[in-house]
Design a protein around this ligand. Structure first.
Ligand code: BTN
Length: 238
């Protein structure tokens, strides 16, 4: 995939920029901002940044991406795993969209669809805490590569490495999805953990049995019923 990179000093949100301008943009285009004034996370949350953050979004343009709707967030997660592993930093994927290092969140992925009559494109927004040296008190579960390793990293090198891994995994997914699945299943942060699952305001206490091959989360509730969860928010029980 051709990735044309465009840098901005400040945007409200790189993902909003792509959504607003997607007619003029091409498949694979990447928008990077040094800062965002209205960075968005999942479930209507905001995404805070400082100089240490890598903030970018890229466009997957065309209706052929519809078939990746359920898998694309975790394919990005797997690409992030490999990117960090190249730096010798082991990380885990917290289903459905976070990357954790040592029990703290280091990166988040926000996938949004552009739908006119049918799905026209996917916008993948990614925030990675790279050289951040501190976080506001309300983000007590956040970490950065710098805080974990005491080393500074070049943001553009991490972006390039991520895009290379992503392209390879997307191709791999078409021919041999089980290989991509293995990366995800072997780095499943929630596996074996007791969590509260919040879905449409319903809260359920369950234990995680792992991410299954359809990328749903397999859980068992307190009555012993096993189910597959395709969306929601998982909070670890203390
Ligand atoms: C999450 O953890 O809820 C997902 C966070 C995604 C944040 C990134 S930062 C770059 C891109 N632009 C946004 O407004 N959001 C994503």
């Amino acid at each position: 995939m051709n990735h044309q990179l465009t840098h901005f000093e400040t945007l409200d949100s790189t993902s909003t920029y792509i959504k607003d301008n997607y007619h003029a943009l091409s498949d694979g285009d990447v928008i990077i901002a040094a800062h965002q004034t209205n960075g968005r996370g999942r479930l209507g949350r905001s995404w805070e940044d400082d100089d240490g953050s890598l903030l970018f979004s890229f466009l997957l343009k065309g209706n052929e991406y519809e078939k990746y709707l359920n898998s694309i967030t975790l394919i990005c997660g797997a690409a992030m795993e490999l990117t960090f592993l190249d730096l010798k930093i082991p990380s885990k994927i917290k289903w459905p969209n976070d990357i954790y290092i040592n029990d703290r969140k280091c990166a988040g992925i926000l996938v949004e669809g552009i739908v006119i009559n049918s799905l026209e494109a996917l916008v993948i927004g990614i925030g990675i805490n790279i050289n951040n040296s501190e976080f506001p008190k309300n983000l007590s579960k956040a970490t950065s590569l710098f805080l974990e390793t005491k080393k500074e990293y070049k943001k553009e090198e991490i972006l390039t490495s991520f895009l290379i891994h992503f392209d390879k995994l997307l191709d791999e997914w078409k021919n041999n999805p089980s290989l991509v699945y293995k990366i995800i299943a072997n780095n499943d942060y929630l596996l074996g953990k007791k969590i509260s699952l919040n879905y449409y305001n319903e809260n359920k206490k369950v234990a995680c049995l792992g991410i299954d091959e359809t990328f749903a989360l397999k859980v068992i509730d307190e009555e012993g019923n096993i189910s597959l969860v395709t969306a929601g928010e998982a909070t670890i029980n203390k």
